[in-house]
Design a protein around this ligand. Sequence first.
Ligand code: PGA
Length: 250
Amino acid sequence: MTRRKLIAGNWKMHCLKKDGVALASKIAELYAGTDSKAEVLVCPPFTILYSIANAVSDSGVLIGAQDCHYLDMGAHTGDVSPLMLKDLACSYVILGHSERRQNHKETDDLIQKKAEQALKNGLKVILCVGETEIERQEGRQDAVIKSQLMGSIPKTAKAENFVIAYEPIWAIGTGKTAQPSDAQAMHAVIRKEISKILGAKEAGAMRILYGGSVKPNNAKELLSLPDVDGALVGGAALKAEDFFAIIQAV
Ligand code: PGA
């Protein structure tokens, strides 16, 4: 089973318009100049999605958002809907990032509703799962991840429109990464669980990204693991050269 690797940049709450456009233009320029086989995605904040969409147009670099509501329109002050993201030329939306689970009390149930609506609108979903440091110390990481997957993958998910991102919370923004053997073991657990939820065919074809302090110096090792099909990159996605080096590590 060959799965096309996906390198996705999660810009989080970074970049004003000028810096964001410069960053995206540089990434687009570098990517357009290679024969890279990786699929490349940048996920800027909502406020500059339109500008970034223009900056990367025709380069092959895709854009995505970092969250969405579970409805298309309505009285929901401050929210952004999947229909609106589609209208802005987004291809993807990241859902269930641990920063949203923790800071906005997002539950598996809510994330599942968001995912379902995103898929209905033709957006592809990157569903994030991950355990805390304590959960890993107590040996509960597999159970935690399985329950997140079971609770948040909608029945309509398919390998072509759905991606899982395994991001151990203790590795996000900390400079610590999972040991390659631990990352591979967890990705295999995830693939097995997807098989239970969606069947073996979808599980075999679905991409599972690793995230958490992916940098140019560790990307190659992580990306060469059999069940690692790409990376969700935070900090290193904010420097065009670093992000491009990770793309080149594919
Ligand atoms: P990081 O963030 O690469 O800065 O650790 C990854 C993420 O949160 O998606």
